[in-house]
Design a protein. Sequence first.
Length: 583
Amino acid sequence: MKEEKNINKNDWKNFIALIKSANPPKVLFIVGVLLSVTTTLVGLLLPLLTKKFVDGFSISSLSAGQIALFAGVLLLQAISSATAIYLLSRVGNQVVANVRHRLWKKMIVLPISYYDNSQTGENVSRVTNDTAILKGLITEHITNFLTGIISIIGSFVLLLILDWKMTLVTFSIIPVIVLIFIPIGRQMSKLSKLTQDETAKFTSLISQVFSEIRLVKVSNAESTEMTNGSKGINKLLSFGIKEGKLHALIGPIVSFVLMLVLVVIIGYGGVRVSSGAITAGALVAYILYLFQIIFPVTQITHFFTELQKTKGATERMINILELEEEDYQNGTEDIDTNLPIHINQLSFAYKDEEILKELNFSINPGKVTAIVGPSGSGKTTLFSLIERFYSPTDGEISIGTNPINNLKLESWRKHIGYVAQESPLIIGTIRENICYGIERKVTEQELANVSKMAYVDQFVGELPLGFDTEVGERGIKLSGGQRQRIGIARALLRNPKLLMLDEATSNLDSRSELVVQNALSNLMQGRTTLIIAHRLSTVIDADQIVFLDKGEITGIGTHDELYIYHPMYKEFADQQLRVNSTV
């Protein structure tokens, strides 16, 4: 029980901390609150005016001034209420926008290891669904909560003034209401967390299916995905029904309490009027003030219900905001790329599984180093360590005598050009993809030059819109060879000192491979190049070949040297030669 109280306390702290960190516009908030106070105070005058009319009402006593006063009070209340709602709603939207900014900026700079352990749909859900819940609370319910508190306090004070005995009798039922709603609120909070988790999973599922819809169709997996989707929909339906049950409990309870209170007031109030303890006008005013308490109470009930749902979403957002991000601030920008890169006693383990074991070799500047080995030997992991996607478990990578972890991350990555096995493209035009990540303005001449060197001009010239042609999601409108050439053009435009090629031609047909290989040759000129390749033709002319097997270096040398003394490399080369001879 004590632990549960601490968790709830932390939930509140997290929620308040998140709102504070969103830096809400304080002036607008204060003005909105003041107008809400004004609205409520003006509203508190209405029952008093009604009391006066009831107690001394006659046609002869009704004057134009009294009517004007009553109408003026109503008009002032309407204007101040509308303005307050608008301002507080604007504050709420600004808070949500700021939270989304923080989440987006945080998630962009989280390390690759975070994305290894999370799903795309869940991350999308954090930024969209969870913040939408926060938005609903702030823009819709917090305004009613603030005005409701003021209305309840003011009305309660005036009720005590009108008839304190009847007020004590009326409010004796409040402790019972509190005892009923506390467990309902806890259930709502628990259910909200489960709903958000399931929503994130469902979002992840549909994101994956839509992004790989061709795989679904070519695998005849439509029925499988329909079943998976139906399971997610049914789980959300189940949670929605459970939430509906809780709301169904809340509604009748509130209605029952309202009827009970009204019966007590009218019955007990009638006795008080007949005995002369209060006037008929005071009873009417009392009932009006009671409604100014009852309606805010229902609004506050809804506020706390939504607050329970928001706490679950807040917990997930806070968890992301507290994650350790990549360090873009510290480190030196002075990087001498003419020095060799040393891999010193480098080891790396992932979830207690050792992937790389005490690697030792050097990458000479301006030379080509090829990393060869069977699948699962750790080649791509080595690339990831050089790019500082991960930190080594042991050992270090240095340029000259300077460990790369001492270098400013942004500066280090600016010196790296990376071409992957399937060159990733963003939704947009060919121009936007080539210029992606370049902060300065790229001239048409620069674009033409890199496109010529990467052989992009061969197919762009045939497109009606040229460089302004849309590539589609993940470049689906282009062939594999075209996507690779765009990736090479992007790398050329960056003008990197260190070039990393991760099986850049392995998925291409022979014709596309020849063109891409020529483009790569242009890209590699004068640069330190590190290649991962399965094809012998890609690495046979490398200045140095490093053979990896099960995370360990089993041989280093040229093609001729390894072919003579390294049996596994010889087998690898012979297999490639046989393949080439049969093609």
